[in-house]
Ligand binder design. Structure first.
Ligand code: PLP
Length: 401
């Protein structure tokens, strides 16, 4: 008999569980809009051409070793990652006020940041948007932070609840941490305008709230790396401090390589050095040092002018395909005359559309049409293709009529 005989069966992860259910479905019409991974028009996973080229270079370079990286990761990768998110001409980088460490994709970057804050910051409350990516509350709770929410999404307008957001952040205890999605808010696809970001910045700075940006979709939302980093750069331009977790899962298609970075922008080079030394103490007992392959791919691409350019072209093509899927789905709903206003499909941005469908309607679409998505009605536009738009709009039409 096992010493774990009394253990209970844990539920599937609400997001990854959608794919488990999808894989069990034998229907030829099945459609997986649950997982946030890019698919081609043919419904296939995509490895970027520029990633293949970088990998070929790496494999043929016999001087490359498989030695351990430093605790903080690959130095070239860290430098280029900070430039990518903050801008290559960022004064914070020039003044050596940024501590950057390579981490295990976006999730690992958030977790390392959270553990650091728990140990070295005097406020342990983090405000996250309602709703947000399902893993956020768990990451921060596991690190020992206390999680509260601020209003973000207004179901009535299927847009930003800007009033509610401002009220909740105004009422937050001074010094609290605030998680902000840098762009392409997941799951709602609703981002503040630049004007609204400026209000949020002023409000947060006036209250001494500490911004923690989650940047999982830079370049994926608009197709422009710079446009999608505007929110972060506004907060850095005022000279104040912030944290930023970057992921290369989506924008370089490096999902399984688990490659990302945590940057902490500080007010002086002296503090940045000390912060980096403490980040090492956080990382060492967790996983000692990060993996080398993904970091080498990213550093190769970011440090070669031609490959960098080719990456931006491939990235824009992914973003454009997603935007085109929004248009095709919206047009199909209009053509059918499905009751309700569906313009949010084209107004929202990034990988996901927050359809407004309720859990019963989602369950109906899955059982009757073999369309899989999370129960909050979120669909991945990256999982859709032109040939599936009719099937999806049929399912949505049937679910609401
Ligand atoms: N943050 C948000 C908002 C996300 O949507 C995701 C991925 O779905 C992540 C972070 C982290 O992903 P990863 O750990 O694969 O980089």
């Amino acid at each position: 008999v096992s010493v774990f005989a009394n253990i209970s069966q844990a539920p599937e992860d609400p997001i990854l569980g959608v794919t488990v259910a999808y894989n069990k479905d034998s229907s030829p019409h099945k459609l997986n809009l649950g997982v946030g991974a890019y698919r081609t028009e043919e419904g296939k996973p995509l490895v970027l051409d520029v990633v293949r080229r970088a990998e070929k270079l790496l494999v043929s370079d016999i001087s490359l070793k498989k030695e351990y990286l430093p605790i903080t990761g690959l130095a070239d990768f860290n430098k280029s990652s900070a430039k990518l998110i903050l801008g290559s001409d960022s004064p914070a980088i020039q003044e050596n006020r940024v501590a950057t460490v390579q981490c295990l994709s976006g999730t690992g970057s958030l977790r390392v940041g959270a553990e650091f804050l728990k140990k070295h910051y005097n406020q342990h409350t983090i405000y996250i948007p309602s709703p947000t990516w399902g893993n956020h509350p768990k990451i921060f709770m596991m690190a020992g932070l206390s999680v509260k929410t601020y209003r973000y999404y207004d179901p009535a307008t299927r847009g930003l609840d800007f009033e509610g957001l401002q009220q909740d952040l105004s009422a937050a205890t001074s010094g609290s941490i605030v998680l902000l999605h840098a762009c392409a808010h997941n799951p709602t696809g609703v981002d503040p305008t630049l004007d609204q970001w400026e209000h949020i910045r002023k409000l947060m700075r006036s209250k001494g709230l500490l911004p923690f940006f989650d940047s999982a979709y830079q370049g994926f939302a608009s197709g422009s790396l710079d446009a999608d980093a505007q929110s972060v750069r506004m907060f850095v331009a005022d000279g104040g401090e912030c944290l930023a977790a970057q992921s290369y899962a989506k924008n370089m298609g490096l999902y399984g390589e688990r490659i990302g970075a945590l940057s902490i922008v500080l007010t002086s080079a002296d503090v940045a050095r000390k912060v980096e030394s403490q980040l090492k103490l956080v990382i060492r007992p967790m996983y000692s040092s990060p993996p080398i392959h993904g970091a080498s791919i990213v550093a190769t691409i970011l440090n070669d002018r031609e490959m960098y350019h080719d990456w931006t072209v491939e990235l824009k093509a992914m973003a454009d395909r997603i935007i085109s899927m929004r248009k095709q789905l919206y047009d199909a709903m209009c053509a059918k005359g499905t009751p309700g206003d569906w313009s949010h499909i084209i107004k929202q941005i990034g990988m996901f559309t927050f359809t407004g469908l309720n859990p019963e309607q989602v369950a109906f679409m899955t059982s009757e049409y073999h369309v899989y998505m999370t129960s909050d009605g979120r669909i991945s536009m990256a999982g859709l293709s032109s040939s599936k738009v009719t099937h999806l709009s049929d399912a949505m039409h049937a679910a609401v009529t």
